[in-house]
Ligand binder design. Structure first.
Ligand code: ZN
Ligand code: ZN
Ligand code: FE
Length: 762
């Protein structure tokens, strides 16, 4: 029949490696009774099939409809090619002699699938087996040591497949065909329970014991996918306090894992987009509005809650054995250090402070924290991008090959450039912590090894003291230094494949500016290669430098002093009355004599100052606490009043706003309303400046980036308002708007700068 048929070649681009895509195609082809081949290549999955044009179209339609759940199809091309004779449908292996055909895409880790959950109830060799997985689920990035993604190159190397697993592994019609971490009770890794009373190895006893301890208010260290978690009863103030004490953790809110969506909805409100995120195979922690208050020790007073659904077989089994409906789930680490991945470190850090360590003997090679996300205007926004997302490449509109971008310092990620892809690392953390710095360097080395990547250029922040910049400068490679807020702007542009002049609104904490001052509330005009600063928040001294992030009251004093001069000390508001006189006069002296009081236009610090002036948060116990609390007290989202402000010569002056806001405090206006009016003021300023910029430059595209856009109230309303006046608004969804996304922006700027140098023949 061949003569009547034609060969069609279908190329599928996206996340299609290591997610069961080829077996799916084989099955589909068999259903269609088609002959041909399927082949994995680095630039996608290639299918050749013999059929009519209509059938080829229907085949493609079904691929899109039925694709494996963890696959992401970004593009499908179909074209006719010279006829090839086939007598079956088979998986073929691309010849590895051409480097471009090597498979070098690594899938993120995938939450356990429904079928595997069935198997741990019904399949004899997998009853209660918590390391069950298949081609549609299970660990990926966390276990991979080398490419190609094959069992011997993962931490499953030491486990030899039993006969029956081998049958599954080699049968193309089986759900576990080529599932590299495939395992069963007989041949796979196993769990252990360790307490001061000894060790338990029977899974039923482990579950039994863990459940009882949790019900009794104890803390357990549980090995997760990318590192250890600490878990305890989320409904007991006492249990949560105990957990916090074992970790010497700052006052941050902690996430809660719920038994299922039904129990989650008793505590939090989730709209459809939020539910979709919670239930997706990536299973991030999603920030939701709380309905019922959980213990104070979890929420620490916030009206939101970080919620997550079970994602490992062990989680599901545990909820079966345990009466509790909600468990605290937090990274097991000592403050500031990376998440713990080895049994020894877990024991050393936590025993005997906690009741037990529940672990398994499959090693974690690449550590990843749980990812944290939220939904704004129906779009997912990542706050921490790790498990389930990394190392999915970000497809870019330009070539970035051979560039390593090392990111910022406090919320670090790095990024490597390969052809037109940016591969952003997992969340690394604060490099000032020695262990985290080690994790940073180790992860760069692992990426280099895994992706056979040798950087030809390094991009880093302009700030020479950032430990990431110092790392870059130590390498014997050409360094391209990138201004922090230009990198934020570029990060959003790269994600949205914008390579043109745009308006960049960057509302951020702090970053070194090109004038040597500390920037943060910035209105930039420019493209990837250069920018101008159109306007910015007025400089204000930050008495104490870095200290102000932990002590927002210092910035508050600075703003009040700027608005009132020394008279501010007479103001009849609680914040001023509570000020320590000696400390305050010391601060004023610092400002006067310009001692350790760098000038800053930071947006984050403005939010800090207002939060302190309202007495909402004068001292901060975790990163961005003051702005978060300021946003959290907003009640009336429909109020659109705002305070007066002044813009002249590109300088945005808040003195009038501070005075009006203080008047409101004196008149005893509810602080919730004052916070709303403050947020509205920032929004109003952004809109006014955007209009000015559009009028001057005839540019309509606005990119929003920087940590302050994690403020839901601000982002949601601003995006709506800008769109309503016909701006084309671009935001970040695939990577964080905070410093965790900075490395991608650095990568883009470096690529562009290099390209221009090359063009000019430099
Ligand atoms: Zn599965
Ligand atoms: Zn087996
Ligand atoms: Fe930043």
């Amino acid at each position: 029949m061949y003569s009547e048929e034609t060969t069609y070649r279908i190329r599928i681009i996206g996340l299609v490696q290591g997610v069961g895509f080829r077996p799916f195609i084989v099955l589909l082809a068999k259903q269609f009774k088609l002959f041909g081949t399927v082949d994995n290549r680095n630039d996608g999955v290639i299918i050749n099939i013999n059929c009519s044009s209509d059938i080829s179209k229907e085949f493609v339609k079904q691929i899109q409809k039925q694709a494996p759940r963890a696959s992401v199809i970004e593009n499908i091309e179909i074209k006719e090619v010279p006829f090839m004779g086939f007598s079956d449908f088979t998986i073929v292996h691309s010849t590895n002699n051409a480097i471009k055909d090597e498979i070098t895409e690594v899938s993120p880790d995938i939450a356990v699938c429904e079928n595997c959950l069935q198997d741990i109830k019904a399949q004899p060799k997998r009853i209660n087996y918590p390391l069950t997985n298949c081609t549609h689920c299970g660990p990926r990035f966390t276990i991979i040591k080398d490419l190609p993604y094959d069992r011997p190159f993962t931490t499953m190397l030491d486990f030899t497949l039993c006969k029956s697993c081998l049958v599954e592994y080699t049968n193309v019609l089986d759900r576990r065909f080529h599932a590299q971490p495939i395992a069963c009770v007989d041949c796979g890794p196993s769990y252990t329970f360790k307490s001061i009373d000894g060790k338990i190895e029977s899974i039923e006893l482990i579950l039994e014991n863990t459940a009882r301890l949790l019900e009794n208010g104890e803390t357990i260290a549980l090995k997760g996918i990318g590192g250890f978690n600490l878990i305890c009863n989320a409904n007991s103030q006492e249990a949560v306090t105990k957990l916090r004490n074992s970790k010497h953790r700052d006052g941050k809110p902690i996430a809660v894992m719920f038994r299922n969506m039904e129990t989650l909805e008793k505590y939090a409100f989730a709209n459809n987009a939020e539910k979709e995120a919670l239930e997706s195979w990536r299973k991030p922690i999603v920030l939701l509005k709380a309905i019922n208050k959980l213990p104070q020790s979890i929420s620490v007073g916030f009206n939101s809650i970080g919620a997550v659904l079970p994602y490992m077989p062990f989680h599901y089994l545990l909820f079966e054995y345990c009466k509790l409906d909600s468990l605290v789930l937090t990274s097991a680490n000592l403050s500031g250090e990376p998440i713990i991945i080895s049994n020894e470190s877990a024991a050393e850090a936590f025993l005997p402070k906690i009741a037990a360590i529940v672990s398994y003997n499959r090693d974690i090679h690449n550590r990843v924290d749980d990812s944290v996300a939220m939904v704004i205007n129906n779009k997912l926004r990542l706050i921490r991008r790790s498990r389930g997302f990394v190392p999915s490449p970000i497809r870019l509109g330009m070539q970035v090959d051979g560039i390593l971008a090392v990111g910022a310092e406090l919320v670090n990620t790095f990024c490597i450039g390969r052809t037109n892809q940016g591969i952003v690392s997992q969340h690394i953390g604060d490099l000032k912590n020695a262990e985290t710095l080690e994790f940073f360097e180790e992860s760069i080395n692992r990426f280099k090894h895994l992706y056979k990547f040798e950087p030809k250029y390094i991009a880093c922040d302009l700030h020479p003291d950032y430990l990431s910049s110092q790392y870059a400068l130590r390498q014997d490679i050409q360094v391209i230094r990138v201004q922090h807020h230009h990198a934020h702007m570029a990060s959003c542009m790269m994600e949205n494949q914008l390579d043109e002049r745009v308006i960049g609104i960057i509302m951020d904490g702090t970053g070194l500016g090109t004038d040597g001052e500390i920037w943060g509330g910035e209105f930039l005009i420019g493209d990837l290669s250069s920018f101008d600063r159109f306007a910015h928040f007025k400089y204000i001294p930050l008495p104490g430098g870095d200290k102000v992030t932990k002590e927002p009251w210092r910035t508050a004093v600075s703003y009040l002093y700027s608005a009132y001069g020394k008279e501010f000390a007479e103001l009849n508001i609680p914040f001023v009355k509570n000020l320590d006189k000696t400390k305050t006069s010391f601060i004023l002296e610092m400002i006067h004599k310009n001692i350790n009081s760098p000038l800053s236009s930071s947006a984050g610090r403005l939010f800090d100052a207002v939060s302190a002036i309202l007495n909402v948060c004068t001292e901060s116990s975790f990163h961005a606490e003051a702005p978060m609390r300021l946003e959290d007290i907003i009640e009336d989202e429909n109020n659109s009043e705002f305070y007066p402000y002044e813009i002249s010569n590109g300088i945005i002056d808040f003195n009038q706003m501070i005075k009006a806001l203080v008047d409101d405090i004196i008149c005893q206006l509810p602080i919730s309303l004052i916070s709303t009016k403050f947020h509205n003021t920032v929004m109003q300023i952004i809109i006014e400046v955007c209009n000015q910029m559009r009028a001057k430059y005839k540019i309509n595209k606005v990119v929003l980036s920087g940590g302050s856009f994690q403020n839901v109230y601000l982002s949601k309303k601003l995006e709506d308002k800008l769109s309503a006046i016909d701006f084309e608004v671009f935001v970040q969804s695939k990577i964080p708007a905070n410093d965790g996304g900075l490395s991608l922006g650095q990568l883009g700027i470096a690529a562009k700068v290099l390209e221009e140098k090359r063009r000019k023949g430099e």
